[in-house]
Design a protein around this ligand. Sequence first.
Ligand code: G1P
Length: 287
Amino acid sequence: MIKPIRKAVFPVAGLGTRLLPATKTMPKEMLTIVDRPLIQYAVDEAREAGIEQMIFVTGRGKSTLVDYFDVSFELEATMEKAGKSLEPLAPTKVRNGEIVSVRQQQPLGLGHAVWCARDIVGDEPFAVLLPDDLMVGQPGALKQMVDAYAEMGGNIICAQEVAADKTSSYGIITPGETRGTATEVFGLVEKPKPEDAPSRLGVVGRYILQPELMDILGKGERGAGGEIQLTDGMAQLIGKQPFHALKVDAVRHDCGDKAGFVLANLALALDRADLRPRIEEFLASRG
Ligand code: G1P
């Protein structure tokens, strides 16, 4: 029996140092791509994939992420009085209990952040979404993964070929047999140097994971950068449970990086019929 994926963990406690100074007082997940913050894209992707409960793992200075999905009484009352439509606020409306948050009280790494959600996740498989990996696909990346999970079960991580000189920015997969878009995962290593990398198949920030991972992460073993790494925890499940990497049909924008952030804005604005003409005109004027 394959249990459905009902819950998703959003590790959003990170400091966003690659985007300073913008992220000094503004969570990176609240930075805007066209007209909505990064976190909105991740939540929408999770909703599309059938996720019923979103668990934000936040930290100090990240309260605006939770406020964003709350009712803004003053704003709504003022807009209504002025006869303005409340429609632009629709994506921020959540069912009571749809979004919950826990704090990561120490910056001990991604694996630790996921572990902080253990009591809310409980004994069921769950998804993890890293919002600064903005995935644009139809259907969305997580929906494609949930559909694959319905057939394969076990653990599924999203994967993409990365440039040979960029392996030290990613979890890298030792690949086994490939069938269609799914590759068996034989090994995982966090941020290896190019000369040590087992392949160029990198982990992208979308995961479907089994609850046994939480006990492994709870051991608090340190890995790359002295942090409790999600990649190392996952590696300990290999061989015990089915473990696949899935190449999804979606474009990834690394919005934790300045150029990636600007390109995401450009790409998504070009996808919008109301914005495209002006942007194309500007690009043409720049040759
Ligand atoms: C994290 C993970 C890494 C993964 C990457 C995807 O790294 O630790 O395994 O490949 O996300 O974006 P980070 O980018 O947080 O350093």
